[in-house]
Design a protein. Structure first.
Length: 200
């Protein structure tokens, strides 16, 4: 954090509280102070560390983390993925492939802590994608991840040291995937590719 930011933050918290005490008395001052404290906690909770993600595989082998935001079943889409990653028939022994599907949790489901439906949908996406890859001769394992694409990748890279990460999204998911792709490109130590398929 830049040196000038901390005094500015403190001033932004203290000045309204002092003004509320001076103009409205003790009750208003305490209320404004409580609101400032809540705002500070909310902002702090939403902050994420922005350091590098992942580490270089020690074995020198290819480990591909394939992140899919929806099911990939079409043979043409699988061919595009194989071409983009360099994984083709007969070469899967040279690359370990892990497919990761972030669970898309709806707003109301999040508040109700009902994540089971989202996880089941992500699991179905994984089954369809892994089956389509298998038909093309590409063996892969599968995992369901966090709803946030970047967080899902970061979590998975704790146990799977990827040499490359490929984000596969649809045109109709451009906003969500585009932001994630920009952050992954900036923060990943591994090679990164973003492959956009036709809307499905």
């Amino acid at each position: 954090m830049a040196a000038w930011k901390l005094p500015l933050i403190v001033a932004a918290l203290v000045v309204p509280i002092v003004a509320a005490f001076a103009l409205g008395g003790g009750g208003v001052g305490v209320a404004v102070g409580a609101l400032a404290a809540v705002a500070l906690v909310v902002v702090a909770a939403q902050q994420r560390p922005r350091g590098p993600i992942g580490s270089t595989p020690a074995d020198g082998a290819r480990h591909v983390l394939l992140v899919v935001t929806s099911a990939v079943e079409e043979p043409a889409a699988v061919r595009r993925i194989a071409a983009a990653t360099g994984i083709v028939d007969g070469s899967t022994e040279e690359a370990e492939v892990l497919v990761l599907a972030p669970a898309k949790i709806g707003f109301l489901d999040r508040w109700a802590s009902d994540v089971e439906g989202a996880r089941q949908t992500a699991q179905r996406n994984l089954v369809a994608t892994v089956a389509a890859l298998a038909k093309a001769g590409i063996a892969a394992e599968a995992r369901v991840g966090d709803e946030d694409v970047v967080q899902a990748v970061e979590d998975q890279l704790q146990s799977f040291q990827a040499s490359e990460v490929v984000l596969v999204s649809r045109e109709d998911d451009a906003e969500r995937a585009g932001g994630a792709a920009a952050e992954l490109k900036e923060r990943l130590r591994a090679d990164f590719h973003h492959l956009v398929l036709d809307g499905g």
